[in-house]
Design a protein around this ligand. Sequence first.
Ligand code: 2BA
Length: 109
Amino acid sequence: MKLIMAVVQDQDSNRLMNALVENNFRATKLATTGGFLKSGNTTFMIGTEDIRVEKALEVIRESCKSREQLMAPVSPMGGNADSYIPYPVEVSVGGATVFVLPIEQFHQF
Ligand code: 2BA
C-alpha cells in the first residue's frame, strides 16, 4: 500500500476531489500553506493499493493545472538591500507536487 501526498492549488481542489471519488479513491483534504508564496494551497492524502498508484497519478495530472502567480516583494527591513526586488515577480505554480510514500501498516478501528 502507498500514501500519495499531493500539493495542489486551491482552485483545482474541488475538481480533483470529485475525480478521485468518481474513480473510487479515498482521500483526505488538508488546508496547507506554501512556504515560498506563503499563500494557501491544498494537500491531499490518498491511501491506495500499489497497483492503483499510476491511476491516481493520472487523475491528479488531469485535474490540476499549472498557473502563473505574482509574488509580492518583501522589503529587507534593515537587512541587505542588494537582493531586494522592488516589483512583483511571476512564478509558475503547480499543477501538482506529488510524493508517493510506502505505508508500513494501515488500520481502521
Ligand atoms: P510554495 O512553496 O508557495 O511555492 C510556490 C511556487 O514558487 C513553486 O511552485 C515554485 O514555482 C516557486 N518556488 C518555490 N520555492 C522556490 C525557491 N526556493 N526559489 C524559486 N522559486 C520557488 P511548485 O513547485 O509547483 O510548488 C507548489 C507548492 O507545492 C509549494 O508552494 C509548496 O507548498 C509545495 N511544494 C513544492 N515542492 C515541495 C517540496 N519539495 N516539499 C514540500 N512541499 C513542496
